[in-house]
Structure formats: structure tokens, C-alpha cells
Design a protein around this ligand. Structure first.
Ligand SMILES: NC(=O)c1ccc[n+]([C@@H]2O[C@H](COP(=O)([O-])OP(=O)(O)OC[C@H]3O[C@@H](n4cnc5c(N)ncnc54)[C@H](OP(=O)(O)O)[C@@H]3O)[C@@H](O)[C@H]2O)c1
Length: 288
């Protein structure tokens, strides 16, 4: 099925996806955007058309991607010409927004709504398309034309998972945990090292091999095989000292909660070991 994709929103994701689709021989009609110059640049970059009206974009496309900021998706959907949308497949790329919330009343309007989320930081409109070939896409939306959306991504060769709309926000939280929350953990480690007398730069240099080695193992082998350290060894003495050494109650709580999550990984790795002493220690230190 060779559907033609049109893109509203010539930003990082819109430009990258359009170019990526073109490299996979998927027809792209072109762009409409808030700033005509941006639509023009994206159209030139992808060798597609720059539309001066939304009507022209919708008429020329069977699948529309609204690659605009999350807060503007519903308004952009509502700006689409009602008479032209029956039969169209309308997608957005937000990780947090279920399609039915983004496109209110879409089925009654005769169109089909989907969220198509690339699990990747798309940082550059003109370079990121080169990094998309392994990127995972999470799709959610109306079962009626789901096969068309999946066929589009299958043609690109990307891994895809369909999820239930009710899981969409939890899915996005999972993405935040593995990206943004890792940033919080690195920031916490650096501030603990600075409190030991390291410079910020020296602290980053010190943790770099540990951090990158850990991420490589985690990404390849998963958490159970990658686990090391005092929680895995059920070394309650060391964990008690770590808790006592934390500079603030908030940091102690962070350490305690993450250690409690690690106990579950350790139990999976060593089902024969008794982690009750570690669980008790972590409960005793709970001040909630
Ligand atoms: N960047 C990422 O890493 C990433 C990853 C996964 C998913 N997403 C999702 O992808 C979507 C787009 O994000 P982005 O990072 O590409 O944002 P972006 O770079 O800021 O681009 C957004 C584009 O939307 C256009 N726009 C805004 N309001 C508009 C309107 N009313 N009508 C037409 N065009 C409008 C802007 O137009 P002009 O430039 O023409 O003014 C801009 O080019 C969001 O839903 C985001 O959650 C982003």
C-alpha cells in the first residue's frame, strides 16, 4: 500500500521524518508550517512541495503527520478543513498524548487518528534522519486503519509496538525514566563527588568509564545480567553506611527507593538468595 504522507509542522521531527520516509521510497507530498520559510526549507531538503495553504496539503495527502508541539496538536487538527478529512489517516508524534485525546471527534468526522511516537531524541531537523533506522516506534489509535500505519513503518524497517490507548501515558513515563531520570542520577552522582572534593569536570571524567560501560551492558544484556554492587551481594553493612552518609533526607530517600527496586532485580538474578535482611534495612530507613 503506497500512501502519500503530508506533514504539518516543519520542525525537527517533521523534517526528519519526511526525509527519512523519502529515503525509504515512501511518497511525501510536502509541508505546511506556521512559518512559510520553514516549510520551504523542509520541502527543499526533502525534494517535496511547500504548500501555501492547509487545504492544498490535505488534498495532496492520504496520511497527515501533525508534527507540531504537543500543546498545539489539537488546535492544528481542528484547523484542518472539515470537508477534506473524511478517509484521511491523521497522526501525531507525541509520546504522552493518546490519539483520541489529541483528535477529539475524529471518527465522527470520518477520519482515523494515531499517535506514532519515535522513541528517540530528534535534535536536528537536517541531520537526525540518518539516525532513525534502528529507532523504535510506538503506535496507538483507531484499529480501523492501523494496518496502513503499520505497513508504512514496516516498509521503513523500524521496530514497532502497538499499545492500548490506556497505556500511552505510562509508556511515556517509561521513556522519561530511562532518559531524563538517568540525567538526574548522573547529576546526583556528580554532586556527591563534588562534596568529596572533586571538581565538576574531574567528577565527570572519573565516572565516564563506569557510566558508559554500565549503559553498554544494560542496553545489550538488560538489568539482571548487568547488576553488580552491594545490593546484589546483600551487603547490608555497606548499604547502611551509604544511607548514613547521604547529605540530605531527600538524597537518602532517593538512594533507599532505588535500592529497593534493585532488590527486585537481585531476586530475579539469584532466586536462591535471601534478601530479607536488605529489605528490612531499607524499610527501617523509610521516613515516609
Ligand atoms: N524532538 C524530539 O526529540 C521528539 C521525539 C519524539 C516525539 N516528538 C514529538 O514530535 C512533535 C514535534 O516536536 P519537535 O521536536 O519536532 O518540535 P519543533 O522542532 O519545535 O517543531 C514544531 C513545528 O511545529 C510548527 N508549528 C507550531 N505551531 C504550528 C501551527 N499552529 N501550525 C503549523 N505548524 C506549527 C512549528 O512551525 P514553524 O517552525 O514553521 O514556526 C515547528 O516547525 C511533538 O509532538 C513532540 O512531542 C519530539
Amino acid at each position: 500500500m503506497n500512501v502519500t504522507v503530508g506533514i504539518m509542522g516543519a520542525g525537527k521531527v517533521g523534517t526528519s521524518l519526511g526525509k527519512y520516509f523519502r529515503t525509504r521510497d515512501i511518497p511525501v507530498s510536502g509541508y505546511f508550517s506556521r512559518t512559510p520559510l520553514h516549510a520551504q526549507s523542509a520541502a527543499e531538503f526533502t525534494q517535496t512541495r511547500c504548500f501555501s495553504t492547509l487545504e492544498e496539503l490535505v488534498e495532496a495527502s492520504e496520511v497527515l503527520f501533525l508534527t507540531v508541539p504537543d500543546g498545539s496538536i489539537s488546535a492544528c487538527y481542528q484547523a484542518l478543513p472539515v470537508r477534506l478529512i473524511p478517509g484521511k489517516i491523521i497522526c501525531h508524534c507525541s509520546g504522552a498524548l493518546p490519539a483520541a485525546d489529541a483528535f477529539p471527534g475524529i471518527r465522527a468526522a470520518g477520519a482515523f487518528g494515531y499517535s506514532v511516537h519515535p522513541l528517540f531524541a530528534v535534535s536536528d531537523p537536517f541531520r537526525s534522519y540518518r539516525e532513525l533506522s534502528d529507532v523504535f516506534f510506538c503506535v496507538e489509535g483507531d484499529p480501523a486503519r492501523l494496518d496502513v500505519v503499520l505497513a508504512l513503518l514496516k516498509r521503513c524497517g523500524n521496530p514497532v509496538q502497538v499499545i492500548d490507548p490506556s497505556s500511552k501515558v505510562r509508556y511515556h513515563a517509561a521513556a522519561a525514566v530511562v532518559s531524563n531520570h538517568v540525567v538526574a542520577l548522573v547529576a546526583e552522582s556528580l554532586s556527591l563527588l563534588e562534596s568529596c572534593g572533586f571538581s565538576r569536570e574531574g567528577a565527570l571524567t572519573a565516572i565516564r568509564p563506569l557510566l558508559t560501560g554500565n549503559v553498554t551492558h544494560l542496553a545489550q544484556e538488560g538489568p539482571v545480567a548487568s547488576l553488580t554492587g552491594p545490593v546484589e551481594r546483600c551487603d547490608t553493612g555497606t548499604v547502611a553506611k551509604h544511607l548514613a552518609a547521604m547529605p540530605s533526607e531527600e538524597e537518602r530517600e532517593l538512594y533507599r527507593l532505588l535500592s529497593a527496586r534493585l532488590v527486585r532485580v537481585a531476586e530475579e538474578k539469584h532466586p536462591d538468595r535471601d534478601y530479607a535482611p536488605m529489605k528490612n534495612l531499607l524499610k527501617e530507613n523509610c521516613h515516609a
